[in-house]
Design a protein around this ligand. Structure first.
Ligand code: HXC
Length: 529
């Protein structure tokens, strides 16, 4: 039986140091061997790895140092005293990924369904505390059934301790959650407090109340995948990445870590690029159409600008009208934020504002400069948007940019109208460098709408309405719809040849490397939530 295999040896300890050492080796060997064959096979049958296999796949070979492998629970009710397996269903410790230190915990579904009791929680608390003191990322490999039912309030309090630590570590060390099984209740809430959530299709799910409870309360019938599977959460914005299998998730996790500093006192790791920083971005002239209303994929713009075209896009399946992600320019890590004209014409709406705002705050916490590519027709008009809080949610984005003290560079590519121009890191809200392409048009609104407002009477009174409207639209365009109006007034620092975008950003980033901002003392701001 599984419990016996992982249980302490019966009887008195062996005598003498040699015998005791042999006994220790036997105990540790049993713990490392872990589950009985049947439990491991169950994991494999479901397309899942065991907790120990996961750690081995993720970390550099031989780098894992385990903490508290001999920990056992002290619960006695419901026959728990007869089942006291070592580890208590979670492996914790530290190791390296590509030579850099990380802390990790991994639920062992084979022990009480990976559920969290007092001892299990205490192990996670300890590894979280160590990660924060040592200033290294924390990675949770989640495959657990939430609060351990047999341990009642002790299990709930265990989760409270995790949530509190998640929040204390937020903005101090990167926290990453990998969802590898059914993660109920607290096992879903802790990941929600972390910076990135990776989910595996078919095996992983996240939900607060499970299908049985939902059926009992609301009568709705749904399976785990439909309720909180990877694709559901890719679209809800809960999952940063979704994957077909665990190895794919670990590969993306390693790629993600390559962009992140270990903590908020470090700069993100730079890499000497083989891609010349002064490379001319000729393709940009073909990618971005002349007409302000013609769609294109802004990801192609990003890939043309960044080193080797390598761009790690986050939350791809949610709020596609804004694109966010990590890349390097001249070897330096940057956070890219871009309107996506291919989706909803690139308007800002509630979800796009939420998506960009949280990313900006992440980058700001971890010293990652922000590059904002602007091509935005405005905020999405609509009763639905207004009633559901576009003001409050758009304000999140505004707030995030205004409080960011990392280097910030804005590139005005094509159009930038109204409040959306201001919000997309304009000079007036504190960007450090505003660069515009000659195709850029910044205005309160598009030419036609603006002319209809300011010249309504003149057009109505004109003998030839059509002709007068056309003439006035042209006048508006000549006066305002180009970057020189802003450049003359200092709101645009330079109008650049689009092909020089990469080198201009790089030059700006070099200049801003030593940027320092001193903030007045306060407990914290009050961002609209
Ligand atoms: C203790 C549990 C458990 C739990 C499962 N097990 N859930 N033990 N506490 N919460 C045990 C089972 O008894 C079983 O033990 C083993 O784990 C595997 O469970 P199965 O049900 O056989 O596995 P499977 O069919 O794959 O289903 C997995 C599951 C399901 C979907 C996770 O077990 C389930 O729905 N469990 C309940 C989830 C839940 O409601 N948790 C509380 C959330 S509330 P044996 O000995 O038979 O192998 C919460 C509070 C904090 O977390 C909220 C903060 C906001």
């Amino acid at each position: 039986m599984r419990e016996k295999e992982l249980d302490a040896p019966a009887g008195l300890p062996a005598e003498g140091l040699i015998d005791r050492t042999t006994e220790l080796a036997v105990i540790k060997q049993r713990v490392v061997e872990g589950l009985n064959e049947e439990s491991a096979q169950r994991q494999h049958r479901l397309g899942k790895l065991t907790a120990r296999e996961r750690i081995e796949r993720l970390l550099d070979p031989g780098s894992f140092t385990e903490l508290e492998m001999l920990r056992r629970h002290r619960a006695t009710d419901f026959g728990m005293d007869a089942k006291r397996p070592y580890t208590d269903g979670v492996l914790t410790g530290w190791g390296t990924v590509d030579g850099r230190k990380v802390f990790v915990y991994a639920h062992d579904f084979g022990i009480f369904g990976g559920s969290l009791g007092e001892a299990h929680a205490a192990k996670i608390h300890k590894v979280m505390d160590l990660a924060q003191s040592a200033g290294a990322p924390l990675i949770g490999l989640n495959d657990g059934a939430g609060a351990r039912i047999q341990e009642g309030v002790m299990a709930l309090a265990g989760y409270g301790g995790i949530f509190r630590r998640n929040v204390a570590a937020s903005g101090v060390i990167p926290q990453i959650s990998v969802m590898l099984g059914p993660c109920a209740g607290g096992a879903a809430y802790s990941p929600a407090l972390t910076d990135f959530v990776l989910m595996v299709r078919r095996t992983a799910s996240m939900y607060v109340t499970g299908p049985d409870v939902i059926k009992a309360v609301t009568g709705e019938e749904i399976g785990l995948e439909g309720l909180g599977g990877a694709d559901v959460h890719a679209e809800s914005g809960q999952a940063t990445f979704v994957h077909d299998d665990e190895d794919d998730a670990f590969e993306t996790l390693r790629w993600l870590l390559s962009y992140l500093p270990s903590n908020n006192r470090e700069f993100p790791p730079a890499q000497a690029p083989a891609d010349p920083v002064d490379r001319s971005c000729d393709r940009l002239l073909d990618i971005v159409p002349n007409s302000p209303n013609q769609p294109y994929d802004v990801r192609q713009v990003i890939e043309e600008i960044v080193d080797h075209g390598d761009f790690l896009e986050l939350q791809q399946a949610w709020a596609g009208n804004v694109v966010i992600g990590l890349a390097r320019i001249g070897g330096e890590v940057v956070g890219m934020v871009a309107n996506q004209p291919m989706v909803l014409a690139g308007v800002l709406d509630i979800e796009a504002s939420q998506k960009a705002a949280r990313f900006i705050r992440f980058c700001d916490s971890f010293n990652i400069p922000l590059v904002t590519l602007v091509d935005v027709p405005g905020f999405l008009p609509g009763v639905d948007q207004e009633r559901n809080g576009i003001i409050r949610n758009g304000a999140k984005l505004l707030y995030a940019y205004c409080e960011a003290t990392v280097p910030r560079i804005q590139v005005l590519m094509r159009k930038a109208y109204g409040g959306a121009y201001i919000v997309m890191d304009s000079r007036s809200i504190g960007t450090d460098l505003s660069l515009a392409w000659p195709s850029n048009e910044v205005a309160v609104m598009g030419a036609e709408a603006a002319t209809n407002v300011i010249h309504r009477r003149a057009i109505q009174n004109a003998d030839d309405e059509q002709d007068t409207r056309r003439r006035l639209i042209e006048e508006y365009q000549r006066t305002l719809m180009h970057p020189y109006y802003g450049a003359e007034r200092g709101l645009v620092d330079d109008v650049i040849d689009p092909r020089e975008t990469r080198s201009a950003i790089h030059t700006g980033l070099q200049m801003l490397r030593s940027k320092r901002v001193t903030l007045p003392e306060r407990k914290h701001g009050n961002s609209p939530l």
